[in-house]
Design a binder for this molecule. Structure first.
Ligand SMILES: [Zn+2]
Length: 71
């Protein structure tokens, strides 16, 4: 497992993120999501609010979040 903690820059909601493949990112909430106005409206079906997704994408771009391999 290579879950990486990422938090939303806007609301501070924390998640653990694992990149299983390039198109598939799994997100696991580590706390309540009701602090984020976007999540409170959309529920946990969406993988984070816009700011959180941007943070996750930046982690990937900068090489801090890499695709998990089975080897
Ligand atoms: Zn947020």
């Amino acid at each position: 497992m290579s879950m990486r903690p990422v938090s939303c820059e806007a609301c501070g909601t924390g998640v653990l993120v694992e990149k299983r493949s390039l198109p598939h990112t799994s997100v696991q909430w580590t706390g309540p999501t009701d602090r984020c106005p976007e999540l409170a409206g959309g529920g946990a079906r969406i993988a984070g609010c816009v700011r959180l997704r941007a943070s996750i994408e930046r982690e990937v771009r900068e090489g801090r979040l890499t695709v998990a391999h089975d080897d």
